[in-house]
Design a binder for this molecule. Structure first.
Ligand SMILES: NC(=O)c1ccc[n+]([C@@H]2O[C@H](COP(=O)([O-])OP(=O)(O)OC[C@H]3O[C@@H](n4cnc5c(N)ncnc54)[C@H](O)[C@@H]3O)[C@@H](O)[C@H]2O)c1
Length: 458
C-alpha cells in the first residue's frame, strides 16, 4: 500500500466518522467476508499490527500511576525475568517514594522518580533508558501517557480501557502506526483461567460455530465511588458526566478473542439503552443524609446500561454494565454455539449436544483436564499469589515474553481501540435515543486478512 495514499485515506475515514457521528440504521452489509469462525490451534502468528520490532532484552520500564493497580502490576513485573524498572511517576510523591523503596528491596537499582504534577509523565517519557511506558492511571490519562510514550519512541501499555473517547482511539491507532510502536491494553480478563479454557474449547470446535455471547461488568462499586478516597473520586467524576458503558473490556475482550474480532471478524454496529439513575443517589442518601452534596449531585450514568453488538459474521453480543446496584460480582461470560453453550457466572457450567447427558447443565470443571489452556498448565504455579487469581502475572509475562522475543503482542492497538470504542459509541447511542451506531474500522479493512490469535503455549 502506498503509504501516503494509505494515510490520507485513514484520515478521511476518521474525519468522516467523527463528522457523521457514525449513527446509521444501515450498518455494513453482512456476508461476503472470508470469516474464520473456527481455526487451527497452531496458527503461526497472531497479529499484523505495528511492524515487528527487534527483541528488547532486558525490557526497561517507566511506570506511571502507582496506586492500587499500579502496585499490583509492579509486584508481577518484579517476578518476571528480564524486567528492569527504570522510572516511576505519580502525582502523589509518597507513592513514588514507596515504590522506589520496593524496587530497591527487590534487588534493582533505585528508579528515577517523577512527581512534579499531572504532566510530569512527559519528562519520564523523554528519559532515554526506557523501552516501555506502562500506565495504571485514571482512564482520562491513559491516552495522553501512551501518546507521549510513542512520540518519544517508547512502546506503551495501559490499563483498561485504553481510551476514554473515540477521538483518543483514533489518535492512538494513528500514532502507533506512524511510530511503529506497540500500544497494548492490559486486559487481564483475557488471561483468566476460565476465559482461556473457553477460548481453547472454541478453537477446538467443541461449541461449533459461534452464534451469540453475553458478557459485562456487574460490580457494586457504590461504596468505592462515594468513599471520598481518590480511587473513588476519579471514577465518580465519570459517573457524574457520562452515560454509557464506561467499562466494557473485562467482558468484551475475552468474547472478542473467541469471535476473532479484528482477525477475520469485526464488530459492526451497536445499540445501547440506559435505565434510570438511582443507585448512587439512594446510597448517598443513606450514608450521608438527604441534604448532603453527594445526594444532591445529579449523576448522568444509568444504573444499568445494556448494549447489543452485531459482528460481521452475524453473531450477537450483549454487553451489560451495572456498577450502582446491590448485587454479586459478575462478568457474565456466556458463549452459545451451534453445538452447545458454556457460561461462567454464577456457576461455571456447560452443555454440549451429544455429550452432556439429559438436558441440564453439567459442571465445566469436568472438561478442565481436556481443555485447560496450555498457558495455564505451564505457569499456574508461578502465577500463584499474583493479583486477580494469577491473571495479572500471566498478562505481564506474555507482554514481556513478546517484547523480549520481538514477537507481535497478543493484543494490539486495533483490539484496544475496538474494545474501548464501546465507551464513546454507547454514549452516542444512548444520547441518540438508542440509535444504531456503526463501529469505525480502525484496521482500515485489514481485519479480513489478520490471523486469529493462536493458542500460545508458555
Ligand atoms: N484490570 C483490572 O482488573 C483493574 C482493576 C482495578 C483498576 N483497573 C484500572 O487501573 C487503572 C487505575 O485504577 P486504580 O484502581 O489503581 O486507581 P488508583 O486511584 O488507585 O490509582 C491511580 C494512580 O494514578 C495516579 N495518578 C493520577 N493522575 C496521574 C497523572 N496525571 N500522572 C501520574 N499519576 C497519576 C494517582 O495518584 C494514583 O496513585 C484504571 O484505569 C482502572 O480502570 C484495572
Amino acid at each position: 500500500v502506498n503509504k501516503n495514499t494509505h494515510w490520507s485515506e485513514c484520515s478521511r475515514q476518521r474525519r468522516d466518522f467523527l463528522r457523521l457521528g457514525a449513527v446509521s440504521g444501515l450498518g455494513l452489509a453482512l456476508g461476503k467476508v472470508n470469516l474464520r469462525t473456527s481455526v487451527a490451534a497452531d496458527n503461526p502468528e497472531t497479529s499484523l499490527g505495528p511492524p515487528s520490532v527487534p527483541p528488547i532484552d532486558p525490557v526497561r520500564i517507566g511506570f506511571v500511576g502507582v496506586g492500587s493497580m499500579g502496585n499490583d502490576h509492579l509486584n508481577s513485573l518484579l517476578r518476571i525475568e528480564g524486567v528492569e524498572i527504570r522510572a516511576v511517576c505519580d502525582i502523589v510523591e509518597a507513592r513514588v517514594a514507596r515504590v522506589q523503596e520496593m524496587i530497591v528491596k527487590a534487588g534493582q537499582p533505585k528508579p528515577k522518580g517523577y512527581s512534579g504534577g499531572e504532566r510530569d509523565f512527559e519528562r519520564l517519557c523523554r528519559q532515554e533508558d526506557i523501552d516501555l511506558v506502562f500506565t495504571a492511571t485514571p482512564w482520562e490519562w491513559h491516552a495522553p501517557v501512551c501518546l507521549a510514550a510513542m512520540a518519544n519512541g517508547k512502546h506503551a501499555a495501559a490499563e483498561v480501557p485504553l481510551a476514554a473517547t473515540l477521538e483518543e482511539c483514533w489518535q492512538l491507532v494513528e500514532t502507533a502506526e506512524k511510530t511503529g510502536r506497540h500500544c497494548v491494553m492490559m486486559e487481564n480478563c483475557c488471561y483468566d483461567r476460565t476465559e482461556l479454557m473457553i477460548l481453547n474449547m472454541v478453537r477446538k470446535g467443541l461449541l461449533g460455530e459461534l452464534l451469540h455471547a453475553e458478557c459485562g461488568y456487574l460490580h457494586d462499586t457504590r461504596a468505592l465511588l462515594l468513599s471520598g478516597a481518590s480511587r473513588g473520586a476519579w471514577r465518580l467524576a465519570h459517573a457524574v458526566k457520562r452515560n454509557g458503558d464506561l467499562y466494557p473490556t473485562h467482558g468484551l475482550g475475552p468474547v472478542a478473542q473467541c469471535m476473532n474480532i479484528n482477525r477475520g471478524n469485526q464488530f459492526v454496529r451497536l445499540a445501547s439503552m440506559g435505565s434510570q439513575s438511582r443507585g448512587l443517589t439512594l446510597f448517598a442518601e443513606k450514608r450521608f443524609g438527604p441534604d448532603s452534596p453527594q445526594t444532591r449531585q445529579p449523576y448522568a450514568l444509568s444504573d444499568v446500561v445494556t448494549t447489543l453488538i452485531q459482528t460481521a459474521a452475524g453473531q450477537t453480543i450483549t454487553v451489560n454494565y451495572n456498577t450502582s446496584s446491590p448485587r454479586p460480582y459478575s462478568r457474565e461470560i456466556l458463549v452459545q454455539g451451534t453445538q452447545g453453550i458454556v457460561r461462567k457466572y454464577p456457576e461455571e457450567k456447560i452443555y454440549i449436544e451429544g455429550r452432556t447427558k439429559g438436558d441440564d447443565w453439567e459442571p465445566l470443571a469436568a472438561y478442565r483436564a481436556e481443555y485447560e489452556h496450555p498457558l495455564w498448565k505451564a505457569v499456574a504455579e508461578r502465577a500463584k499469589g499474583a493479583g486477580h487469581g494469577g491473571t495479572d502475572f500471566i498478562e505481564n509475562l506474555r507482554l514481556i515474553q513478546c517484547l523480549r522475543t520481538g514477537s507481535a503482542t497478543d493484543w494490539d492497538v486495533y483490539d484496544a481501540a475496538a474494545w474501548s470504542a464501546v465507551l464513546g459509541l454507547s454514549e452516542k447511542s444512548i444520547a441518540g435515543g438508542s440509535a444504531v451506531v456503526d463501529f469505525p474500522d480502525f484496521t482500515h479493512g485489514r481485519w479480513k486478512d489478520r490471523l486469529p490469535l493462536r493458542i500460545v503455549p508458555a
